[in-house]
Write a protein that binds this ligand. Structure first.
Ligand code: SF4
Length: 336
């Protein structure tokens, strides 16, 4: 990792299978660009995924997902020569820091986090029945960031509040034990809202309204055939309304030069939705072609992927070990 003047970024993703177009446009492309200006630490946060575990089978799925997400990251342009790319659990110091930060984090702060309440609802649980790990999720998240002395976290405008608890934990730690960590600041990023194939919800795997980055051209076209369009356009001869059609909004990303044509032909009913979707499939397949090729190539060399992640863990570990030594000293629990 080369030294860059703007600071050190930390960001992570939970392993939940192959990534999709929404992940690419909403986060990954931005992460790739950040590598030009920042030291970047990108982490596959598999321990976070365990906080909502319901059975052992799910744990095995998480492990399998780690490789899939790593393939997508690298194929999309995260560069192990410029960034530290690793798996959270491969650097166990994060668990140590999580425990130590837990000692300075009031329970009330954690129980008030809006995402905690949302998760409890999504899991159909109560605040008493969810795991202790889920309650402590923001503490682990804080440990992720500050263990690697990152000072900047890329977030969308709607996520700035999530970082506030990390800043509060850092402030409290620094006040109690002396200045040790920088308060991580948000780097506001443009995150376009990518609507899924159902035409209503944000593209996500759990809604099954997504297109995987690794999909074949044929799979991409087949998925698009099922997509909702303008609900008022019942016949081919009805003029369409591109402004309410998600296929049109996806053309903005993948066929930007053809937007006027799509708009004009749709509103004058000289283009049918079947052809419009095929046109979009071509745009997506063309745009993702190089990514898919790189992914296939990497997938054919699993030992290379293993090496990249091991190398990333080694680099991350070197920073983490120093931080833990410093923290233990601050807390008066250094090993003699
Ligand atoms: S022609 Fe294209 S933009 Fe118009 S409604 Fe059909 S899919 Fe949507």
């Amino acid at each position: 990792m080369t030294t860059k003047t703007k600071g050190r970024i930390f960001s992570g993703m939970r392993p939940s299978g192959r990534l999709h177009l929404g992940n690419l446009l909403g986060a990954l492309e931005n992460w790739v660009a950040l590598q030009d200006d920042y030291e970047c630490v990108y982490c596959i946060v598999d321990v976070h995924a365990l906080t909502t575990l319901t059975d052992g089978h799910e744990a095995r799925e998480i492990a399998a997902s780690v490789n899939e997400i790593a393939l997508d990251w690298l194929a999309a342009g995260l560069d192990p020569e410029r960034s530290i790319i690793f798996v959270q659990s491969h650097v166990p110091e994060v668990m140590t820091l999580h425990t130590l930060l837990s000692m300075v984090t009031p329970l009330g702060w954690l129980m008030r986090v809006p995402t905690f309440k949302d998760r409890v609802r999504q899991m159909d649980e109560t605040e008493e029945s969810v795991s202790y790990g889920l309650v402590g999720y923001p503490v682990l998240q804080t440990a992720d960031i500050i263990l690697y002395k990152a000072d900047t976290v890329p977030v969308g405008a709607d996520q700035v509040a999530h970082l506030e608890i990390a800043r509060e934990i850092v402030r409290r730690f620094n006040n109690m034990f002396g200045p040790t960590f920088a308060e991580p600041r948000a780097k506001l990023t443009e995150t376009p809202l990518v609507i899924g194939l159902d035409g209503h919800n944000k593209m996500s795997k759990s809604m099954d309204n997504h297109i995987e980055l690794a999909a074949t051209p044929e799979e991409t076209a087949a998925r698009l055939k099922t997509a909702f369009t303008d609900p008022q356009r019942l016949r081919r001869t009805d003029p369409g309304r591109p402004d309410v059609c998600n296929i049109y909004s996806l053309h903005k990303f993948f066929n930007p030069d053809d937007l006027k044509t799509v708009y004009d032909e749709c509103t004058t009913a000289t283009r049918g939705c079947v052809d419009c979707k095929a046109h979009l499939a071509d745009g997506i397949n063309k745009s993702l072609g190089p990514l898919r090729e790189r992914r296939q190539d990497l997938a054919a060399h699993p030992e290379r992927l293993k090496e990249i992640l091991a190398d990333g863990a080694q680099k991350a570990s070197a920073i983490a070990k120093e931080t833990i030594l410093e923290v233990r000293e601050r807390l008066g629990i250094s090993i003699p």
